[in-house]
Design a protein around this ligand. Structure first.
Ligand SMILES: Nc1nc2c(ncn2[C@@H]2O[C@H](COP(=O)(O)OP(=O)(O)OP(=O)(O)O)[C@@H](O)[C@H]2O)c(=O)[nH]1
Ligand SMILES: C=C(OP(=O)(O)O)C(=O)O
Length: 223
């Protein structure tokens, strides 16, 4: 039985991660515009696959629920071992995350749940484990993104609502909502989300998963 590690909680079953993914045809629009490559569904899927594969390889993670309306993404991430659940149409990112957390807790009311961005292609299981161990010391905790304005991970122990407030300036929004900011250094792979070409170069410098490496090479070749 996997445990939550130090600062554990009633349910020592490990963390259930909720990963949101909008339809691939609409994903990573900022990156696509900058790259002048048009929609980049293959890159968005590769990011999500490498993120989910690394999360499932983390010993502190019990399971991953992907909330998506995209059938291809659902199938591909399901093939990695995630559970795919449909989005509530037109609900938006935070509603999707709250929906995923409800799905988890309908089955396991004592679950520790965490929202994880789907665009962390350099994610290291060891760094994610360190962040989750620290998160378990607070009822609700979050990790700021590399830019220092957003959020890549929001965690809630059993009995605590996830209350996601992702979106613009979400670091401040999560802090203002009472969540504890996780101050860890040397967990760059958990902070490195990819929304722009510059972000992608930074992730490549960290070292990305195999699917992102292949998709990024294709993008570079099309330049
Ligand atoms: N399931 C679900 N996921 C969403 C929704 N809106 C955004 N997301 C996901 O939440 C994360 C952050 O969303 P955004 O920054 O808006 O989208 P993005 O594809 O990362 O980037 P842009 O298109 O450049 O904004 C991404 O993983 C999205 O796929 C939604 O309504 N439902
Ligand atoms: C949704 C967020 O990030 P981004 O828009 O960069 O994906 C966020 O940081 O809350």
């Amino acid at each position: 039985m996997r445990s939550l590690g130090e600062g554990g909680c009633a349910d020592a079953g490990g963390w259930s991660l909720v990963v949101p993914l909008k339809p691939l045809s609409r994903a990573k629009s900022r990156l696509a515009r900058e790259a002048g490559a048009g929609p980049t569904p293959g890159l968005a899927l590769a990011f999500a696959q490498d993120t989910v594969a690394a999360a499932l390889a983390c010993p502190a993670v019990r399971d991953v629920v992907v909330v998506t309306d995209d059938p291809l993404a659902g199938a591909e991430l399901g093939a990695l071992g995630a559970r795919a659940v449909r989005d509530e149409p037109g609900s938006g990112l935070n509603a999707a995350l709250a929906h995923g957390a409800r799905v988890v807790r309908q089955v396991r009311p004592g679950a520790a749940v965490a929202a994880l961005n789907a665009d962390l292609p350099a994610l290291r299981p060891t760094e994610l484990a360190r962040v989750l161990r620290t998160a378990a010391r607070s009822p609700r905790a979050f990790l700021a993104d590399a830019a220092g304005v957003g959020t890549t991970l929001l965690c809630a122990l059993p009995g605590t609502e996830l209350a996601p407030a992702f979106g613009a300036l979400s670091r401040a929004r999560h802090r203002d909502s009472g969540a504890t900011e996780i101050p860890l250094a040397d967990v760059d792979s958990v902070r490195r989300d990819v929304d722009t070409v510059e972000d992608l170069h930074a992730a490549l410098a960290l070292g990305v998963g195999p699917r992102t490496a292949a998709a990024a090479a294709l993008l570079a070749a099309s330049d």
